[in-house]
Design a protein around this ligand. Structure first.
Ligand SMILES: CC(C)(COP(=O)(O)OP(=O)(O)OC[C@H]1O[C@@H](n2cnc3c(N)ncnc32)[C@H](O)[C@@H]1OP(=O)(O)O)[C@@H](O)C(=O)NCCC(=O)NCCS
Length: 176
């Protein structure tokens, strides 16, 4: 375990990176990573309207740092409502281009879904590529509508408890 990790009781290790719950002082570094990894104008996406003036879910937002403390990846979650039911909105997730394809994105998703499950959350929503997220238990959701413009085929959900999405339909709304 690195010295940095030893200071953080909730840290978990991968081969090259340690995963830590994001702290307030990490915020702008994480934003810069997202700017590096996504096309310009990312904040114009409709999913960002659901995050405006809402705090991310503490304890589920996680950063991955190497032994030198360099940020390699980050993931955040936001609370939203679908048909009145509480849902976690996963994203953004990004892995620095120099670390992509080595399992770090998978580690972050698996680690944070475990944390979400341990924290008692039932269901997770995201907008993304089904071929990537299927391996983590995400499938297209019927009748769950993201603010436009969103391709409905990219609206995916995962259950952390059995049948957690059964009967849950409607527009995704900000949880203010
Ligand atoms: C998408 C992302 C988070 C994946 O993290 P990663 O650490 O590179 O991915 P992993 O190493 O865990 O997984 C790699 C596998 O996922 C696949 N994969 C990665 N992105 C994919 C995508 N968009 N669609 C389908 N498969 C994808 C790779 O082909 C590879 O497959 P394999 O295991 O069969 O070889 C990362 O590439 C990234 O930050 N991309 C830019 C930002 C982005 O697109 N974020 C997601 C928005 S929905």
């Amino acid at each position: 375990m690195s010295c940095y990790a030893a200071l953080h009781p909730n840290a978990r290790e991968t081969d090259l990176f340690t995963l830590y719950p994001e702290r307030p002082e990490d915020w702008w570094e994480v934003e810069a990573l997202y700017d590096t990894c996504f096309a310009p104008g990312r904040t114009a996406l409709s999913s960002y309207r659901l995050r405006e003036d809402v705090l991310p879910v503490s304890g589920l937002c996680v950063v991955a740092r190497d032994e030198a403390g360099i940020l390699g990846a980050a993931i955040r979650y936001w609370p939203v409502l679908v048909g009145g039911a509480e849902v976690l909105l996963l994203g953004p997730i990004a892995v620095h281009p120099t670390a992509q394809g080595e399992g770090l994105g998978s580690s972050l998703i698996i680690d944070t879904l475990e944390r979400a499950s341990e924290a008692g959350h039932d269901r997770v929503l995201l907008v993304g590529d089904a071929p990537y997220y299927r391996r983590f238990g995400f499938n297209p959701l019927q009748g769950v509508i993201m603010p436009p413009p969103t391709n409905p085929e990219r609206v995916l959900g995962a259950s952390l408890t059995p049948q957690a999405w059964a009967g849950i339909k409607g527009t995704v709304e900000r949880k203010a």
